[in-house]
Write a protein that binds this ligand. Structure first.
Ligand code: ADP
Ligand code: MG
Length: 533
């Protein structure tokens, strides 16, 4: 008798998997962009036609795929990103399921062309053909994936698509979110042969702000409040619109966990609760928020599209996000709630915070007025005058910056190395070159390479050193006993003008430093108390 139970053909199995992951053209693009970013590309070109149903082409300059691996890249459960179940517990790449390309290939006409820097090769899958052949091709280092005629063989899925304009909007949204979470990558986005936007790598804060303005509008970037909080190995940074700038739509809302865009119920709840009674009912804040946490504490393998996550300590995350955002949106309500306006009282509260955060969780974000006050203005390039509960305070900007940088350098995950657009060379005595190479500079985002007996190139620097003269920097570091202290001192040494927004941001950051470290305010040089008599 014929068995009734049969194994599905790989083709059908892939199409079923595609049903979960590939909902619409934008989902294809998301998977392709994730692959390009995982391949450490620094430039990604995106071209689409017909709302993505006609053509989606993504070209990157990443590490590429070996010709021999091309067929594997298209098979299901084939990935270079994880190897064992244990790897699932600390995923740092965007992809890991090894099924995106196989799924996409099963519902489209897909061509994959790639080169690891030597020869290039190409593979084409035409929906049904399951043993595609690899041919030679011409392609610089990197990968191009071309997806045509999406859903040509799955009419049901095609029927669910909306108009081309709507599908385009979904696609544009994905590109924007990817660009907001990967500032170091250049993106070019073309629709119907027309450039929608071109984004250069944004390495400095000013460039990042410009990218945000391009993607979310200059109104948002000029008016939004800065978010910066750190506690319990968690960090929340980004921007959020003030309550009076709330919107009728919830379209400008992006949340990233460790660089991955998510739409998570727990986080949405935390944010909605934070806005309650502050942002008018039925209105929405615009935000771009980045949560950094230990990858071990967040499970991204919950849903095929990887939009939802599961936290090992959901309560902690919820309360951290909730109270941080609440404090940013309504500093006053925070002050009233706690009735703790003086620094001494605040410090007491921080130290007394219990280890479990079931009821009241207090992140170390202080409102400006509580500790360092409102910026009144800068005097010359050296001083910042502020006003707080106690009175008038004069801050030494060089010392303040130095303390802030030192604190950043001492964090468990210190500053990221940001590649220089062009590596810069430095001449030093041979002995000095050796001394420098022995210092743990990598740990602080400084990447050097020896290229001669008396010559080095600087390949990457943390953001705080991006504008430095590398020759002078290296000469300074040779003499360093304490590397982070020397870096902080160097990065802070030149006084400069601060914009109003930068002044306020600096105050906010200093408040965090002051609350985290029990340090007396080295930067505070004069404090004139107001007599309340
Ligand atoms: P996953 O990303 O989950 O590993 P995919 O099906 O998306 O699975 O991709 C399969 C494999 O193909 C990846 O693990 C990677 O090795 C390779 N790959 C796909 N796209 C690229 C790319 N743009 N650059 C380099 N390698 C790629
Ligand atoms: Mg992938």
């Amino acid at each position: 008798m014929n068995s009734r139970i049969k194994l599905l053909s790989p083709m059908v199995a892939n199409q079923i998997a595609a049903g979960e992951v590939i909902e619409r053209p934008a989902s294809v693009l998301k998977e392709l962009l994730e692959n390009s970013l995982d391949a450490e590309s620094t430039r990604i070109d995106i071209e689409i036609d017909g709302g993505g149903c006609g053509l989606i082409r993504v070209r990157d300059n990443g590490h590429g795929i070996d010709a021999d691996d091309l067929p594997l890249a298209l098979s299901r459960h084939a990935t270079s990103k994880i190897h064992s179940v244990e790897d699932l517990s600390h995923i740092v790449s965007l992809g890991f399921r090894g099924e995106a390309l196989a799924s996409i290939a099963s519902v489209s006409h897909l061509t994959l062309t790639s080169s690891t820097g030597k020869e290039a090769a190409q593979i084409t899958v035409e929906g049904e053909t399951l043993s595609p052949t690899v041919t030679t091709a011409s392609h610089p280092r990197g990968t191009t994936v071309e997806v045509k005629d999406l859903f040509f063989n799955t009419p049901v899925r095609r029927k669910f698509l909306r108009t081309k304009k709507t599908e385009f909007n979904y696609i544009e949204d994905i590109v924007k979110r990817m660009a907001l979470s990967h500032f170091n990558v250049a993106f070019r986005f073309v629709h119907h042969n027309r450039e929608v936007f071109l984004l250069q790598p944004a390495l400095t804060k000013a460039e990042q702000q410009k990218r945000v303005a391009k993607l979310y509008g200059s109104h948002f970037s000029n008016n939004s409040l800065v978010v910066l909080a750190q506690a319990e190995g968690l960090q929340l940074t980004g921007w959020i619109s003030p309550p009076e700038e709330s919107r009728a739509h919830n379209d400008l809302q992006s949340f990233f966990i460790n660089g991955r865009m998510v739409r998570d119920k727990l986080l949405n709840h935390a944010l909605r609760e934070a806005a309650k009674n502050i942002v008018p009912e039925g209105r929405h804040s615009a935000y771009v928020l980045y949560l950094q946490c230990d990858p071990n504490t967040v499970d991204v393998n919950v849903h095929p599209t990887k939009h939802e996550v599961r936290f090992s300590q959901p309560r902690l995350i919820h309360d951290f996000v909730n109270s941080t955002i609440r404090n940013v949106l309504a500093p006053q309500s925070h002050v009233m709630e706690t009735a703790a306006v003086s620094m001494a009282a605040y410090e007491y509260r921080v130290r007394e915070t219990p280890a479990t955060y079931n009821t009241s969780f207090t992140p170390t974000l202080l409102t400006d007025d509580e500790v360092l006050g409102k910026a009144i203005g800068q005097f010359k390039k050296n001083y910042l005058l502020t006003e707080n509960e106690q009175g008038l305070v004069l801050i030494d900007l060089v010392r303040a910056q130095q303390a802030l940088f030192l604190w950043q350098l001492q964090q468990p995950q210190p500053l990221l190395a940001q590649p220089l657009l062009l590596p810069m060379s430095v001449q030093l005595a041979a002995e000095a070159v050796e001394q420098l190479l022995e210092l743990p500079l990598d740990d602080y985002g400084i990447e050097l390479q020896r290229i001669g007996e008396q010559q080095l190139t600087v390949r990457a620097l943390p953001e705080i050193l991006q504008q430095s003269d590398v020759q002078v920097l290296c000469e300074h570091l040779v003499k360093a006993d304490d590397v982070p202290a020397a870096i902080a001192k160097f990065a802070a040494r030149l006084p400069r003008e601060f914009s109003k927004a930068e002044q306020q941001r600096l105050l906010q950051q200093l408040a965090t430093v002051q609350a985290e470290q029990d340090i007396s305010s080295a930067w505070q040089i004069i404090s004139l108390p107001v007599n309340n008599r």
